[in-house]
Design a protein. Structure first.
Length: 190
């Protein structure tokens, strides 16, 4: 992965953030890196837009990292089990692509290549971890009587309907499921 340099602009050269187009002013902190393998032109980011991992890598790995970042970015807006399933699915298909691209790279070596073989194992392991997770609930599930009773007692100081309790329960289950999958995604070795 390309190294990120953090620098204060001296005002002599013109530098623009590659994300927002902001022209870095004298005295402002900015970041630069050279992510390309052949075209090693420095890329600049302003203080508000630090580099993300996917931007510091080229090729197939950067796509896998971008899928991981897309998960992170979307996490807060996941408010139903359906949305969670679909984010999970997106991640899984991105990792499937990752595995096949790694595999193709290995297949191009008639006598094998131990480094590329290692990459294939790594990608497969990431896919397995994501695929091993499954959601135990759906948006139409309801709490059992014990759970309802428990929530009812927790909420005794506030007026509430059964529907309120069901919603609370669903929200709690969804938060649990999201953080379970998030732990897996954050721990992926890509
Ligand atoms: Zn910027």
């Amino acid at each position: 992965m390309a190294r990120v340099h953090t620098t204060k602009a001296n005002g002599q050269a013109q530098r623009k953030c590659g994300r927002c187009g902001h022209e870095v002013q004298k005295g402002e902190t900015y970041y630069w890196a050279k992510p390309g393998f052949r075209t090693r032109r420095p890329v600049v980011r302003c203080a508000k837009h630090p580099f993300r991992q996917s931007e510091l890598t080229t090729g197939v790995r950067s796509e896998a990292l971008a899928a991981q970042e897309a998960w992170e970015d979307g996490l807060d807006s996941i408010d139903t089990f359906e949305a969670l399933e679909s984010a999970h699915q997106d991640l899984s298909s991105a990792l499937e692509d990752y595995v096949s691209t790694r595999q193709e790279a290995l297949d191009a070596w008639p006598n094998g290549n131990s480094q590329l073989e290692e990459f294939v194992y790594q990608a497969e392991a990431a896919l397995d971890e994501v695929d091993s997770w499954s959601c135990d609930y759906s948006d139409s599930d309801e709490p059992d009587d014990d759970d309802l009773q428990e929530l009812h007692e927790e909420m005794r100081d506030e007026p509430h309907s059964r529907a309120d309790l069901v919603e609370l329960w669903l929200q709690a289950k969804l938060d649990e499921a999201k953080s379970e999958l998030d732990d897996i995604v954050q721990g992926l070795d890509l």
